[in-house]
Design a protein around this ligand. Structure first.
Ligand SMILES: O=C(O)c1ccc(O)c(O)c1
Ligand SMILES: [Mg+2]
Length: 628
């Protein structure tokens, strides 16, 4: 399988695009004519530059408004095509994309279109070139791949084939199963794009909102399964018109695309085992069993403040690393690691970003298979030197400088706590916190798709629809990704301005990180009582909030008072309840949430978020941080 991406999909001038594309691991590019024309260098130079990056030119595009024109426009269109053929020969590519005409004078007619394509196919053949016909979803007469295929079939020429583009088919809700009957050798090229489901004009949607397969809502997998069932063996190419990607980080967008393409084709191979694909073997999506640990990089007063917060929350300092300045804080299944080392990844993170989460450990079935899938999808494995008596725990670099470690029981990695740590305190009752309910990660809005794709392609995790969270100073988008049974739930919060709570966290921590950690209890009132005894200071909620609760829900006698007295937030969805209690922010901006989740409650208290955020802002910035 040859992987490819259209040059329109990413930002920069042509040389920058090529560097990003080559580094991400693609085999080739679709060269957009615009990118070629804008470049200061002849077609031969451009061809050489592309090949010097180790890339093929899989397609030259687009050629518009060709078919079904009356004379003399028809003759002009043929002349125009021949000039493009000249360029293609110098560039060193043999396939051109002709998209269905939107020309006001185009006459339409399947046979007329077929005749035009057959005649141009003959010219192409004489030059060793091929032409591919694509139905634009908004084409004047041809806007359906079934019609485009009928035209290609009637053209009946060896050098004329069909180009399929998932957006044009799925965007018009055309059943992709109709592709299965097309002979694979008449499909000359396949373009892939996904898109979020938003009701709007097709052309506008296509030119501004496409995204990588898996990032949107279209069934690109069903499309690609049908394509592979035809026996198609040509390149599989991403053609993504997206405003954000055009202005985004070229390297990151190129990598996202590669990850999405490999993950999609891996899914297709599993779903259509009869199809053959030259694709490296990839372990399946990884099932997450739980959060093994959350590690903070911290120093000095900040580390002491974090330790004292953990104590208030009912954690024990359970272990001390045998060789390093690292403490393990534990309560039931929750492990929080505080790393004060002055070298290694935690130290790098602390130097660059201050006190923040630097590492997340996940329990998985097989740590080595997890790393194998991640690297197959383009992530880098992470290594750092290990000291005497320490275990080598498989790890990868996540996005935005993060690191993920993987722990399995199969190879005994779950013994690390006994092997590397000396026991300091035996178990005590704690405050009834049992597990990590969810992690809230904050990032800039434009990186949200990358993070969603990262999680859903590597792990068995599903995304939920995005919701808007109102901050007094702007909007924050929130997207949940979660593993079955909630073994890992992550809320991704995308900040658009630095004035929101999420945005200021992003600025303070110099990039994306875990902004809060939500811990589960079975009994929030019992937990709150223990926390109060331990000196925990909760986030004060205003009286108005409780008056509104009384209006929104029919609460059992006494519950409202209990909530009010404990600063506890409340929500009901489908008859299932959810309780929340927030800590105040620590230096660095991180905070804790305590939740009691009824087994059937699927949400995260989104209705409460605006009031929680306003309450946090009212308290002002945490001590020890630059005051605005
Ligand atoms: O938006 C367009 O015009 C356009 C051009 C070429 C394509 O392959 C395509 O899918 C869309
Ligand atoms: Mg296309």
């Amino acid at each position: 399988m040859k992987t490819s991406i259209a040059t329109v999909s990413i930002s920069g001038a042509l040389p920058e695009k090529l560097t990003a594309i080559a580094e991400a691991g693609y085999d080739g590019i679709e060269i957009f004519e615009q990118d070629f024309i804008a470049h200061d260098g002849g077609p031969r130079d451009v061809g050489r530059m592309i090949r010097d990056h180790g890339l093929d030119i899989t397609l030259f595009q687009p050629f518009r408004d060709f078919e079904c024109l009356p004379q003399p426009l028809r003759a002009k269109a043929f002349e125009r095509a021949e000039r493009k053929f000249d360029v293609m020969q110098e560039l060193g590519t043999d396939l051109i994309l002709i998209c269905s005409s939107v020309h006001p004078r185009s006459l339409g007619g399947i046979d007329r279109a077929a005749d035009d394509l057959a005649e141009l196919g003959e010219i192409a053949k004489s030059r060793g070139l091929r032409i591919g016909f694509e139905a634009l979803a908004w084409g004047r007469h041809v806007n359906d791949h079934r019609d485009a295929w009928e035209i290609v079939r009637r053209a009946d020429h060896s050098n004329v084939g069909l180009i399929l583009d998932s957006f044009h088919s799925l965007g018009r809700k055309i059943d992709p199963e109709s592709i299965r009957a097309i002979p694979g050798d008449k499909v000359f090229f396949v373009q892939l794009a996904d898109a979020p489901l938003i009701e709007m004009d097709l052309l506008y949607w296509s030119r501004h909102f496409r995204n990588m397969p898996g990032e949107g809502d279209l069934d690109v997998q069903a499309f690609m399964r049908a394509v592979m069932a035809t026996g198609y063996a040509g390149p599989i190419s991403l053609e993504i018109f997206n405003d954000q990607f055009r202005g985004g980080n070229a390297g990151m967008i190129a990598k996202d695309g590669y990850r999405s393409l490999i993950s999609l084709m891996d899914d297709v191979r599993r779903a259509e085992p009869e199809t053959t694909q030259a694709l490296p073997v990839l372990p399946p999506r990884v099932g997450i069993e739980g959060v093994a640990f959350v590690e903070f990089a911290a120093r000095g007063d900040d580390a002491d403040q974090l330790a004292s917060q953990l104590q208030c929350l009912g954690f024990n300092r359970a272990g001390r690393h045998r060789n390093k300045d690292i403490d393990l804080w534990q309560q039931h299944d929750i492990r929080i690691v505080v790393n004060r080392q002055s070298e290694g990844h935690a130290a790098h993170t602390w130097n660059a970003r201050g006190t923040t989460v630097c590492d997340i450990g996940l329990n998985v079935g097989s740590a080595s298979e997890t790393v194998a899938r991640a690297t197959g999808l383009g992530s880098s494995p992470f290594f750092q030197p290990i000291g005497p008596g320490e275990m080598e725990i498989p790890a990868i670099r996540g996005l935005g400088g993060s690191v993920l470690h993987f722990i399995d029981a199969e190879t005994g990695l779950d013994q690390v706590w006994d092997v590397e740590f000396e026991t300091v305190t035996q178990d005590t009752d704690g405050a009834g916190l049992t597990r990590v309910d969810h992690l809230a990660q904050t990032m800039s809005y434009e990186d949200m798709l990358s993070w969603t794709l990262f999680y859903t392609s590597l792990f068995d995790m599903q995304k939920s629809p995005m919701v808007d969270v109102i901050d007094p100073d702007g909007l924050v988008r929130s997207q949940v990704v979660e593993a079955p049974d909630g073994a890992l739930r992550v809320t991704l919060n995308g900040a658009e301005t630095h004035r929101t709570l999420a945005g200021s966290f992003l600025t303070d921590s110099f990039g994306a990180s875990v902004q809060h950690i939500a811990l589960a209890t079975q009994d929030i009132f019992a937990t709150a009582k223990v926390l109060a005894e331990r000196g925990f200071e909760s986030l004060p909620m205003p009286a108005n909030y409780y008056d509104d609760l009384a209006a929104r829900f029919e609460l059992p006698d006494g519950l409202l008072d209990q909530l009010r007295q404990g600063n506890i937030l409340y929500d009901i969805e489908n008859g299932e309840t959810f309780f929340q209690l927030y800590s105040r922010r620590l230096t660095g901006g991180v905070f804790f949430e305590i939740v009691q989740r009824a087994p059937g409650y699927r949400g995260f208290g989104a209705a409460n978020a605006p009031f929680r955020i306003a309450a946090q802002k009212r308290l002002g910035r945490p001590k020890g941080m630059p005051q605005a």
